[in-house]
Design a protein around this ligand. Structure first.
Ligand code: SF4
Length: 372
């Protein structure tokens, strides 16, 4: 779902989530490789008849995850339905400057059950607010309930295939009224931001989860650097002076300046890393990915998932690691199929664990490292 309106406004549905966290948030308009990938993938879903040769296997798997989910959901929704792709949602009735219209990725309307089903796909790797906390989805739900006056509720489905995450929630017409009031209150507070300090955490912008996307933070950081470090009194003269020659205030500024530079660089590093995660090149550095740790939550469930495993051997283990489980699995499988390789057993063991629901997969992370 996108805000295709070009209004250069603070109040775009896609920025309301950040504004709900900080009334001073100002989105920075960075166009990354990731944006282009997202647009191409959105277009592919919009028109499945278009050739998909430009996509690699991973990108094709993202598309099929979404298409598979929608197909199954459609079966549950039943008939008769009307299906709209990239549906324009009018938002002018909200009377908020900049809220003209939006485009919903997919909307299914079932007039029989008086229910709207709204679907949105995000192709980024960064975390987005769940459906029930997601302001963009709340706004589109309000808009859709206005568009379909006989509807009693709107289900939101938020899919983020790169994170393998789907979140769903339902907004009734009654709840949408409350959301509209909250939205207007939020906009009023953004207009009156002088009375709402720009801090999410007690420690201020430098520790803000949104600083990577917030141009208010960038300009704040740069202004501070300019006024406190580059220009007087923390200038070249101070650098040339020995500590003995400095005034007490200049000595204090050395430490103050150091702290600001460190925090600013830390923030910039986080920003560059998140840009790299979305596909941007960082000269001299390569992005390394670290897979999330996997573990078994409950050994007894794992045991039940492995038919014919020796309970005594299982009980001897003081904790059940994935490697130990794979070892047991290979012993069990190779009883019937002596020629089965460890690799084949490992793949089967992984499937059993995944199906059992006791496999814990932690999120991985990535970092930039200097290229050799
Ligand atoms: S970086 Fe600062 S101004 Fe920007 S959203 Fe965070 S707290 Fe607000």
């Amino acid at each position: 779902m996108t805000d295709k309106q070009q209004t250069p406004s603070l109040y775009r549905p896609s920025t309301m989530g950040a504004l709900a966290k900080c009334r001073w948030f100002k989105s920075s308009s960075k166009d990354t490789v990731f944006n282009l990938e997202g647009t191409a993938l959105h277009e592919a879903i919009e028109d499945p008849t278009k050739p998909r040769d430009q996509f690699d296997d991973y990108q094709l798997s993202l598309l099929s995850m979404i298409e598979g989910f929608v197909e199954n959901r459609q079966k549950e929704i039943g008939q008769p339905v009307e299906v709209f792709k990239e549906l324009e949602v009018d938002l002018k009735f909200l009377d908020i400057p900049g809220f003209n219209r939006g485009f919903a990725d997919l909307v299914i309307w079932n007039p029989k059950t008086k229910t709207i089903y709204l679907f949105d796909w995000k192709f980024g790797v960064m975390e987005v607010d769940d459906a029930e906390d997601n302001w963009q989805q709340k706004i589109y739900s309000i808009g859709l309930l206005e568009k379909f006056p006989t509807a009693t509720s709107c289900w939101v489905h938020l899919l983020q295939p790169k994170r393998d995450e789907i979140s769903i929630c339902e907004w009734t017409r009654e709840q949408a009224k409350r959301l509209t009031a909250e939205l207007k209150q939020l906009v009023a507070e953004v207009r009156d931001k002088e009375n709402h300090p720009p801090v999410i955490t007690e420690k201020g912008c430098a520790f803000c989860e949104l600083k990577g996307k917030c141009s208010a933070y960038e300009s704040k950081g740069i202004n501070f650097m300019e006024s406190h470090i580059v220009t007087a009194p923390f200038n070249a003269l101070v650098f040339k002076k020995s500590a003995l020659e400095m005034t007490p205030s200049e000595r204090g500024l050395v430490f103050e300046g150091l702290k600001v530079v460190e925090e600013w660089i830390k923030a910039k590093k986080a920003d560059v890393t998140s840009c790299a995660q979305e596909g941007a090149e960082v000269e001299g550095f390569a992005l390394k990915k670290v897979a999330g740790k996997r573990s078994i939550e409950d050994a007894s469930i794992a045991f039940k998932a492995l038919p014919n495993a020796d309970p005594m051997a299982f009980m001897k283990e003081c904790s059940m690691s994935i490697t130990t489980f794979e070892k047991f699995a290979h012993e069990v499988f190779s009883k019937d199929k002596p020629k089965q390789t460890k690799k084949e057993s490992k793949a089967m063991a992984e499937e059993l664990l995944a199906e059992s629901g006791t496999l814990v997969q932690e999120m991985g992370y990535s970092y930039l490292t200097r290229e050799k």
